[in-house]
Ligand binder design. Structure first.
Ligand code: TYM
Length: 332
C-alpha cells in the first residue's frame, strides 16, 4: 500500500470546518487503500507564543477529535511529533540544504511574520517549512493530504528530497500533495474571499467543530452571500453561495449539481437552513464522541505512546540512512 502522512496543529481548542473539509475527511477516507500515518505537530505549535498547559490539553483534545471523526488507530499510526525525536534531527539537516532566500519566499511565513512584526517572529517560524519537510520525508510518504494553503510547503519538500538524493545518494521518497479539488479551500463565512482560519477577520466567519451547534447554525444563517437570487456554483462571481454549496455537498454527500437542481427556484434562506441542518447533524454526534474520549485523557496519552513507537520504527531507519549518507559517524 502506498504510504500517506499528514498532520494538524494543536493550536486551538477545536479543529474548524476548513480543517475537516479540506484535509481531515480525506485522512479518514484514505485509510482503506493507503498505509496511513497521522500526527499532531506540537513542535510546530510553539513557533508562535503559546501556553504550555493549553498545548498539553490541546494535544490530547486533537487526538480525541481525530478518533471521533473516524481516524482508526488500528489502521493508522497516530502520534505526537515531539515524541519522535527524529523529526528535529532530520529538520536540522534539511535546514542546512535550504537557501536563506528560498526560505524567505515561503508565503505562509511572510503572512504570519507580517502580522506579528518581523522583529517578533521567531526563527522557529522561519524554519518551520524544513521541519514540515522532515515530518514527511522521514516516513517516505508518497502522498500528503492537505488543503491548498500547504501546497508551497509541499513543493519545498519535493525540492529538498530531490536535492538530498542528488547530492548524497537516494534516501528520500519525493512526495506528492494530495489535494481534494473542490474543498481544497473553505472560505470565511463573513469574508468569502479569504480562507476560513482561526486567525480570520471575525469569529462569525469561523465554524469550530466543537462549538455549540446552535451558535454554528446561526453563523451559517448569517453567512455573506450576494445580491442575486440564483443558487449556482460559481466561485469567482458568487463566492459566498459557492462556499455554502461546497460545505453542504461534502457534509451531505450530495453532489454540487444535485444541490443546484434541488435548490432551483428557491432562495438563499433555503440553502442556509438546509446547510445549517446538515452541519448540525454532523457536529452533534461528533461532539458527544469527543467528550466521551476526553473522559479518559490518560488513555489518549497511552494511545499516542503506542503511535510514537510505530512511527519511530520507520523514522529511525530513514534517519540512519540519511546520517550515513551525509557523512556522520555511525554508532558502533
Ligand atoms: P494546519 O494545522 O493549519 O491545518 C490542518 C489542515 O487543514 C487544512 N486547512 C484547510 N483546508 C481547506 N480550507 C481551509 N480554510 C483550511 N484551513 C486549514 C490545511 O491545509 C491542513 O491540511 N503545516 C501544517 C501542519 C503540518 C503538516 C506536516 C501537514 C506540519 N507538518 C506534514 C502535512 C504534513 C499546518 O499548519 O496545517
Amino acid at each position: 500500500k502506498p504510504r500517506v502522512l499528514s498532520g494538524i496543529q494543536p493550536t486551538a481548542d477545536s479543529f474548524h470546518l476548513g480543517n475537516y473539509l479540506g484535509a481531515l475527511k480525506t485522512w479518514v477516507d484514505m485509510q482503506d487503500e493507503y498505509d496511513t500515518l497521522y500526527f499532531i505537530p506540537d513542535m510546530h505549535a510553539i513557533t508562535v507564543q503559546h501556553d504550555p498547559v493549553a498545548l498539553r490539553a490541546r494535544t490530547t483534545t486533537a487526538l480525541a477529535q481525530l478518533l471521533a471523526i473516524g481516524v482508526d488507530p488500528e489502521r493508522s499510526a497516530i502520534f505526537a511529533q515531539s515524541q519522535v525525536p527524529e523529526h528535529a534531527q532530520l529538520a536540522w539537516i534539511l535546514m542546512c540544504l535550504t537557501g536563506f532566500g528560498e526560505a524567505s519566499r515561503m508565503t505562509q511565513f511572510k503572512d504570519k511574520s507580517a502580522k506579528q512584526g518581523t522583529d517578533h517572529a521567531s526563527v522557529g517560524l522561519f524554519t518551520y517549512p524544513m521541519l514540515m519537510s522532515a515530518d514527511i520525508l522521514l516516513y517516505q510518504a508518497e502522498y500528503v493530504p492537505v488543503g491548498e494553503d500547504q501546497r508551497q510547503h509541499l513543493e519545498l519538500t519535493r525540492d529538498l528530497a530531490q536535492r538530498f538524493n542528488t547530492r548524497f545518494g537516494a534516501a528520500l521518497t519525493v512526495p506528492k500533495a494530495f489535494i481534494t479539488k473542490e474543498s481544497a479551500k473553505i472560505y470565511d463565512l463573513q469574508d468569502p474571499t479569504s480562507k476560513m482560519s482561526k486567525s480570520g477577520p471575525s469569529p462569525a466567519g469561523l465554524i469550530n467543530l466543537l462549538d455549540d451547534p446552535k451558535v454554528s447554525a446561526k453563523k451559517i444563517k448569517s453567512a455573506v452571500t450576494d445580491a442575486e437570487r440564483e443558487i449556482r456554483y460559481d466561485p469567482a462571481a458568487k463566492p459566498g453561495v459557492s462556499n455554502l454549496l461546497v460545505i453542504n455537498s461534502v457534509l451531505s454527500g450530495r453532489s454540487i449539481a444535485e444541490l443546484e437542481q434541488h435548490f432551483a427556484g428557491k432562495g438563499y434562506g433555503d440553502l442556509k437552513v438546509d446547510t445549517a441542518d446538515v452541519l448540525t447533524e454532523f457536529v452533534v454526534p461528533l461532539k458527544a464522541k469527543v467528550d466521551n474520549f476526553l473522559d479518559d485523557r490518560a488513555e489518549l496519552e497511552r494511545m499516542l505512546d503506542i503511535g510514537a513507537q510505530r512511527a519511530r520504527a520507520i523514522a529511525s531507519e530513514t534517519l540512519a540512512d540519511v546520517y550515513d549518507k551525509i557523512g556522520f559517524l555511525q554508532p558502533k
